[in-house]
Design a protein around this ligand. Sequence first.
Ligand code: NOJ
Length: 535
Amino acid sequence: MNELWYKDAIFYQVYVRAFYDSDGDGHGDLRGLTQKLDYLQELGVDCLWLMPIYPSPLRDDGYDIADYYNIHSDYGNLDDFKALLEAVHARGLRLIMDLVLNHTSNEHPWFQSARADRNSPYRGYYVWSDSDRKYLDARIIFIDIEPSNWTWDPLAGQYYWHRFYASQPDLNYDNPAVQEEMLNVMKFWLDLGVDGFRADAVPYLFEREGTICENLPETHTYLKKLRASMDEHYPGRILLCEANQWPEDVRAYFGDGDEFHMGFHFPIMPRIFMDIKKERANDMRDIMRLTPSIPENCQWCIFLRNHDELTLEMVTPEERQWMWKKYAPEPRMRLNRGIRRRLTPLLDNDRKKMELIHSLLFTLPGSPIIYYGDEIGMGENIWLPDRNGVRTPMQWNAGNNAGFSEAPAQSLYAPIIDNQAYGPLKINAESQERDPQSLWNTIRRMIARRKQHQTFGWGDLKWLDCQNEHIAAFSRTYQGKSVSILHNLSASGQTAKLDNIKKTLMRDILSEKAFEVRDEKLVLKLRPHEYLWLE
Ligand code: NOJ
């Protein structure tokens, strides 16, 4: 059973640079994170996901790796990493890291060698062409910045292929040596004891003419190889799939339970925001209906926000325009096909909506992941470029630099959020830990309750008709035990009517309030944005 720990786990995404600076250089580091594990454990987190911490020129904040076997000096060294892992495990927590398979940095020695010499053993590690007219059906992902997936390299005398920034040349998975290299990378970190990986950008590993170069069968074959090796030598470790795709395409990444253990549910995410704005549950319901079932040993990962723009790739063009209008009124708030904003400002800093959305996060099918800082309601800085506005320093207390670092303010990797609504005087972890009514404590209690009910990690989902379109009502059932969950998506009071209830009493497991069932019917009045988890 324990090998399936991820089915019930609460995940937390850490941007190490932003978390805690232990040595006063203005950058968060591994020792800093180690010092803050108590905080995470108290919140109820089970597993940390660390964004890339490898040596990198940081043209894509570490998703451009120059050495897969080391730690970026800003973050510390391998000994610091081992100490962190030990401390994590000593607490019974787990840690997964980013595994960036699709591309390296252009400063990686493989690429440097490949471009300098056609006969280099590394030339074949990348995808070269004399023409930039190949694979034209592949879309451009960073569409605001990159004009093409091909970039001319004057030294190489050829074009090279890249699905992301030009500073991130794609690896050539048709080359068995590349396949082997990346398997070794995985094994290196597993040998150190990490509990698995969030595998970055996996749909794009292979290219084939006449296709969109995504989700190709060859890609699945290779990923299954990684999984088989993991199962054979490292049972209990996991692979979490980052595939920003429609549910049926993500479904393929679970295979027969022999590819990924987990996959982010990308399409549900924007629909949660859509439905809160529209005050009705249709879009969430529709996408969950379109979501195929997955093997018993697999799990969805549900998220609200992360370090990237809130992606609007998994909605129609009309829905994208609508979302931009509603949630990103200023052009600066938009990036590529998404919205570069934090959770709390997206929800107008409205405490009730913040709780409501977390209730959805914790009750929809899958394991929830929290993006650092969202548990205290951190704000954004839309004046920073790219996606940096959602990657600002964690706000620990109301003191200097929000308690994040002892460096002079001008040496911080990014400024602390500095405005009335979201600055550290208003938003910080220390004061919220002390205040039983804070967002942090409310989320902590939700997590604690969730952990008492296996149905949240394991149960089936069934939408309930409560005769009110403003209320998202569904049940989660596992081994005969059922919890009915109601979310009033609207800003006004609403009545829910549930039929066919074979109990005399229902109890909200969050507030412990009891409700009487009469003639198998339950009539409930919900306050604006109220949510109930009824047992
Ligand atoms: C997805 C990551 O989340 C994003 O931050 C990154 O830029 C791309 N993959 C490329 O690695």
